[in-house]
Design a protein around this ligand. Structure first.
Ligand SMILES: [Zn+2]
Length: 86
């Protein structure tokens, strides 16, 4: 029963029952279910990065772990798609 407290979007950790803001994006792929280029993303707070990562890594699903610096980084990523041609 919460609503966003600010306009800045804070994505929650994907761990069950955890409401902490995510700081890491764990990208994974289950080769039995997904084509090789497909990436599923779990978000993890600092406390759950290791446990979620270990869960995926134990199954051979984990592909990469990327830090989530927050929306400024996401905006930068989006911005690179619109870089000006010389
Ligand atoms: Zn968490």
């Amino acid at each position: 029963m919460t609503h966003p407290a600010s306009s800045a979007e804070t994505l929650p950790c994907s761990a069950r029952g955890c409401r902490a803001p995510a700081q890491w994006a764990l990208r994974w792929n289950n080769p039995r279910l997904h084509p090789p280029e497909r990436r599923k993303t779990w978000l993890a707070c600092a406390a759950h990065r290791a446990s979620l990562g270990a869960f995926l890594d134990a199954r051979g699903f984990l592909r990469e772990v990327a830090p989530m610096a927050g929306s400024p980084t996401l905006e930068e990523w989006t911005g690179t798609n619109e870089r000006q041609a010389p």
